[in-house]
Design a protein around this ligand. Structure first.
Ligand SMILES: [Zn+2]
Length: 289
């Protein structure tokens, strides 16, 4: 008998910092979307999946950042499960993992897994993948928030009922722009807007899920505000000579006017020096992307 019941989505939040993984529960199996960063969070995700009493059919990796794939090793400890990603996400993870080790080991110690598990099955734009009653359609977005992003549409009866966006938008938290693909990110938002209804539930890597329309609009304005704030040189005294710390402080004030509070503020602050250099280069040499 075909399984026609709609899958149920469980959100699992990290304990180390605010990051989400999702368990998509079908009648007979579960599919995990992203796995957070650390050993304890990956184990907790496994415990939540096991408590549902259904085998893990697959893991989906939405994008190339370590706070979404680091937890796969503890999640899958002892299991042989397909780990799906578009080829660009897979390649970026493998390319950048050694440099992420240099950054994350001092920050997170033993929580950052000694051995990371990478995707083992690549999929491509437009692929439709079925797990029990869950039908996913793959949207390969390319560079954006990370060096390579993807969007996973959950379909039922031929229509999109929900989407997993990774960090395509943050649920009203500060964001990471240090990879520099801000033009790609804005293009990805426009593309997602064309694929999703304004009311389609969008499950994100950080913060509360919600209707896609307002979340995508909010994220676009956040990116624009950040770029404007980094570009703005308030006085002659600062032009070219201000320290990264001084510029970061000024950009922080501007961004906290857009989004008060400090959820993931450190990600935005880490992004100021690299974005300052990218924008300075673009001013000299024209757009880089
Ligand atoms: Zn993230």
């Amino acid at each position: 008998m075909p399984d026609t019941s709609l899958p149920r989505v469980h959100r699992v939040e990290g304990s180390l910092f605010p990051v989400n993984a999702y368990i998509v529960e079908t009648r007979d199996t579960v599919v995990i979307v992203d796995a957070m960063l650390g050993v304890s969070d990956g184990r907790a995700l496994r415990a939540r999946a096991d408590a549902l009493g259904k085998p893990i059919a697959a893991v989906v990796v939405t994008h190339a950042h370590p706070d979404h794939y680091g937890g796969i090793s503890p999640l899958l400890d002892g299991l042989d499960v397909p780990i799906l990603a578009v080829a660009g996400v897979d390649a970026a993870i493998r390319h950048d993992d050694a440099s992420k080790e240099q950054i994350l080991r001092p920050m997170f110690g033993a929580e950052w897994p000694q051995r990371r598990t990478f995707p083992n099955r690549t999929v491509k734009d437009g692929d439709v993948i079925q797990f029990g009653s869950a039908t996913f359609r793959v949207v390969d977005l390319g560079p954006g928030e990370s060096p390579h992003d993807s969007l996973w549409l959950l379909e039922a009866d031929g229509r999109t009922v929900a989407a997993f966006g990774g960090d395509l938008a943050y649920g009203h938290m500060h964001g990471y722009l240090a990879d520099g693909f801000y033009e790609g990110w804005r293009r990805n938002i426009v593309r997602a807007r064309g694929l999703l209804g304004a009311d389609t539930m969008l499950y994100l890597g950080h913060g509360e899920p919600g209707p896609a329309g307002p979340l995508l609009d909010w994220q676009e304005r956040y990116i624009n505000s950040f770029i404007d704030a980094v570009k703005t040189i308030p006085s002659d005294a600062e032009s070219g000579t201000a320290s990264d710390a001084a510029v970061t402080e000024r950009v922080t004030q501007a961004m906290q006017r857009y989004l008060p509070g400090d959820d993931l503020l450190f990600l935005m602050q880490l992004s100021v020096p690299p974005m300052r250099r990218i924008l300075t280069r673009e001013l000299r040499e024209g757009p880089l992307q």
